[in-house]
Design a protein around this ligand. Structure first.
Ligand SMILES: C[S@@+](CC[C@H](N)C(=O)[O-])C[C@H]1O[C@@H](n2cnc3c(N)ncnc32)[C@H](O)[C@@H]1O
Length: 190
């Protein structure tokens, strides 16, 4: 991890924070698999026997992610699921340590296949139920695309209403970057 970019890039920032908390053999969800970068990151943290459930509505995402994991020799105890994250409760019957959402569309992929506010909020609601105490949900919100602002605002509205006695929620926002820089949300279950 290149810590020189810690304050440049939230992808470095959230990985730095999660890395300090994740342990070998933890159980995680990558709610937006895409090209598998976050699934790979989680597996590198939790090791061969740690478990990851990863979701994407694009079949291509499963193929790309499987390839990335096989190349890293980490394709073990990984469940790649070709379904929307809003249905995660149908697949997961155990509690979870860490969950990552990377909202928006897949860079270089089909820009019509974006995350949508209704399904995103349902998925985050389901994630909160599955999360262990002291577990963390990390949400990267890219909102520069059509519908993105709507999703971001619904997300903030939803998170603001969560009980402060049950959750710590932090919002990281660049104040001086141009072109709709992403927002990072971290939710810890108390
Ligand atoms: C910003 S990309 C994720 C990038 C990914 N984390 C990576 O490392 O490459 C967002 C992904 O969310 C997926 N997506 C959109 N709606 C979804 C849904 N309801 N459930 C699961 N994935 C969804 C898209 O297909 C896309 O691959």
């Amino acid at each position: 991890m290149n810590l020189n970019r810690l304050f440049d890039d939230f992808n470095v920032f959230y990985k730095f924070i999660l890395k300090s908390k994740i342990k070998e053999n933890d159980i995680c969800i990558d709610a937006t698999m895409g090209n598998g970068n976050d699934t790979l990151f989680l597996k590198q943290c939790i090791g061969m026997n740690g478990k990851v459930y990863a979701f994407d509505i694009q079949k291509q995402a499963l193929e790309n992610t499987k390839k990335v994991l096989e190349e890293a020799k980490l394709y073990n105890n990984v469940h790649l699921i070709n379904d929307g994250h809003e249905n995660m409760n149908e697949y997961i019957k155990e509690t979870i340590d860490f969950i990552i959402f990377n909202l928006g569309y897949l860079p270089k992929g089909d820009k019509n296949l974006i995350t949508k506010k209704e399904t995103t909020i349902k998925a985050i609601d389901e994630s909160l139920k599955l999360l262990k105490k002291k577990g963390i949900i990390c949400i990267m919100s890219y909102y520069g695309h059509e519908g993105g602002m709507d999703e971001k605002n619904s997300l903030i509205d939803f998170l603001e209403k969560l009980n402060y006695l049950e959750y710590n929620i932090i919002k990281f926002d660049f104040l001086n970057k141009k072109n709709s820089p992403p927002i990072l949300f971290l939710i810890e279950k108390k």
